[in-house]
Design a protein around this ligand. Sequence first.
Ligand code: ADP
Length: 199
Amino acid sequence: MTEPTTARLLIIGPPGAGKGTQAGLIAERYGVPAISTGDIFRANIKGGTELGKQVQTIIEQGELVPDELTNEIVADRLSQADAAAGFLLDGYPRTVDQVHALDAMLGGSSLDAVVLLEADADEVVNRLLKRAALEGRADDTEEVIRHRQDVYSAQTAPLIDLFSKRGILVSVDGLGTVDEVADRIASGLSAQLGAKVGQ
Ligand code: ADP
């Protein structure tokens, strides 16, 4: 199946919905880089860079890194050659201000589709606690997870309505196996991007 040659995509959803896994699969399918702000921050923390030092405590506490800093990092990443023909953003934008910053970065050509990965709050806490045991992420303690969920509800959930009004939201049930969820995303995205081509 031939997919469109450019795709500017975003995956959004509560912490623990499985965004990272699905982001990798979507990016592969559309031949675009998966750009995760969380991964960029964690790599910098691990590498002991200046940026890493700036964001470490914020991330460990489950707070959001300030918009100005996050916007700068994304602008830099999107200016790299491999993102010219499209990208899959994971974890950015996460606030209304970040949406406006991204709009400005992209000029007239904004996102083509936004995948909303839906998941029940208690289910995701269980998943994240399991991940904590495997990966040892410092922000995967129950207390910090609950706080990240609250931050998501307050700061990120309002974006769903915004993208829905733009007509680019693809809502997908995040419960099930990786393959089941990937299939739902693939058909939702094909319909959305196909619809766009026909406009
Ligand atoms: P999750 O979605 O499971 O919370 P992420 O890897 O997307 O995991 O993000 C981990 C942390 O990195 C966030 O809790 C936040 O501290 C920081 N972060 C990631 N993306 C952003 C962003 N767009 N704006 C501000 N902070 C961010």
